[in-house]
Design a protein around this ligand. Structure first.
Ligand SMILES: Nc1ncnc2c1ncn2[C@@H]1O[C@H](COP(=O)(O)OP(=O)(O)O)[C@@H](O)[C@H]1O
Ligand SMILES: [Mg+2]
Length: 460
């Protein structure tokens, strides 16, 4: 079982006796994901048909990353005859990534790149406690619960695309080197401040990988371990629980090598707390044993080719060094930059507009438009959003290390819930509510600080 590389390489004659240029093996690739209705039974046949159509040498349709081909007016040209036959079956056909030579234009004709199409169907099973692992929740992937989550995450760098590649590479390495011989632990740690999107990234990553590698693995399962429960609910036997989890996961992987298991250990500090910093009370002893069990478990799993552990931590400084040593990759997740803050806030407000909670005649300006138009149109929504962000950034946000993605995503809805009094909410009113909400939060923080000082407490 090898991750396939279906790259094309030769020049091939076209109908007129000339030559169409077919990309050589190391040129650019476009990744397209096709979400197929769950009622459709033969997804592989459809995948092949779509792959053939989209990579046909005479298909010169131009696409850009982020395009939803089914919603485009040219869909029937891009898909040819397949469009009429399958338009109700293909729920989405999204251009998700471009890898290759950087070009001046971000628009690519399909017949100048290698097209990699991945068709998938979303599982809709209920959230289930795994009967085999009561301390965890598992889902078959890709799952409808995580749909769209990945796209909503905004990061300055190419963090998302990089994560997918790093994870793919870890798996590729372990498959090539064969069972039992991998040198790197299949463990990725995402660390950073609370609310920066770490948990969401891990879930999204599992979702994306299950789609991208669906011709390598016939099934993907996400197992989310409830670490907080482990220490409290299973007090004094958490080490046994951790050990048990690893035994079951190991067995699952060995039973079916074509099933990929993705284990999410969220807030791993609760079971990987630095042993150097432990005290010697009973609780600490228990957590120390849990840490040991985690390390042993990870070492056992090192030989498995079809598992990956995704861990998150808000407290990287207090993680056990032996645990940190075992992390194949350690990735810092930062709070959003100015541009990302705008994109997140705009995205949330726009979503409320699309859902009809806020009325707005025009769609909200993108970051660049707002930034450029700031001086010209100070009353426009773009300028107002920028002003709100400036207000947040000049306040106490800095002292807590930056605005979190979480607080930004919640802001518009919280503000409207707080201030709306039955009237219709147009965009100007919504933005005024948001500003008022931010100001009220700021003054509350100042009050709290004053309160703490008068009680002689140190202000962190
Ligand atoms: N960079 C970001 N872009 C968009 N949304 C974000 C970002 N960071 C956080 N969020 C939002 O905040 C919510 C909480 O994020 P979460 O993954 O729980 O953070 P963490 O695990 O780091 O505490 C998510 O649902 C997500 O919608
Ligand atoms: Mg989290």
């Amino acid at each position: 079982m090898v991750i396939e590389e279906e790259l094309k390489g030769e020049e091939s004659p076209d109908g007129d006796g000339g030559f169409v240029v077919v990309p050589s093996p190391f040129t650019s690739t476009i990744f397209i994901e096709a979400r197929i209705s769950k009622d459709w039974s033969d997804i592989w046949e459809l995948q092949q048909a779509l792959q053939a159509r989209l990579s046909s040498p005479d298909n010169g349709s131009a696409v850009e990353v982020g395009d939803e081909i089914m919603a485009s007016p040219d869909a029937s040209i891009t898909l040819g005859q397949l469009f009429e036959t399958y338009k109700d079956i293909i729920q989405s056909l999204k251009v998700v990534e471009y890898v290759g030579i950087e070009t001046a234009s971000t628009c690519y004709a399909l017949n100048t790149v290698t097209v990699k199409l991945q068709a998938y169907q979303l599982y809709e099973t209920e959230r289930e406690e795994d009967s085999a692992i009561p301390q965890a929740e598992s889902s078959l992937m890709p799952h409808v619960r995580f749909d769209g989550q990945w796209d909503e995450l905004v990061f300055e760098s190419d963090l998302k695309a990089e994560l997918i590649w790093m994870m793919t590479n870890i798996l590729r390495f372990s498959q090539r080197s064969g069972v039992g011989s991998r040198d790197i632990n299949p463990l990725i740690l995402l660390y950073g401040l609370p609310g920066t999107g770490k948990t969401t990234l891990c879930q999204g990553l599992a979702q994306k990988i299950s789609i991208r590698l669906n011709s390598t693995y016939k099934q993907t399962k996400l197992i989310q371990i409830k670490t907080a429960n482990l220490l409290s609910k299973y007090y004094s036997e958490s080490a046994k629980q951790v050990d048990n989890i690893f035994t079951i996961i190991t067995r699952m992987c060995q039973d079916d090598p074509e099933r990929f298991i993705c284990v999410l250990i969220d807030e791993v500090e609760s079971i990987a707390f630095s042993r150097e910093h432990s005290t010697y009370n009973g609780e600490a002893q228990d957590s120390l044993r849990a840490t040991n069990a985690l390390l042993t478990g990870l070492d056992r799993a090192k030989g498995l080719a079809n598992v990956i552990f995704l861990c998150t931590s808000n407290m990287v400084g207090s993680l056990d060094t032996a645990f940190l040593d075992r992390c194949g990759l350690r990735i810092a997740v930062h709070p959003p930059s100015n541009a990302s803050q705008y994109i997140i806030l705009r995205g949330r407000i726009q979503k409320l507009v699309d859902q009809g909670h806020i009325t707005s005649e025009k769609s909200l300006p993108r970051y660049n438009e707002a930034y450029i138009g700031y001086r010209a149109d100070r009353d426009g929504p773009g300028a107002k959003i920028l002003a709100i962000l400036e207000l947040i950034n000049s306040g106490n946000a800095q002292s807590i290390g930056g605005i979190s993605g979480r607080s930004l995503t919640q802001l518009p809805e919280l503000a409207i819930l707080r201030y709306l009094r039955g009237e219709d909410c147009d965009i100007d009113r919504a933005l005024a509510f948001i500003k008022r909400f931010v100001l009220s939060q700021e003054s509350q923080t100042v009050e709290n600080r004053g309160h703490k000082r008068t009680h002689g407490q140190m202000d962190g």
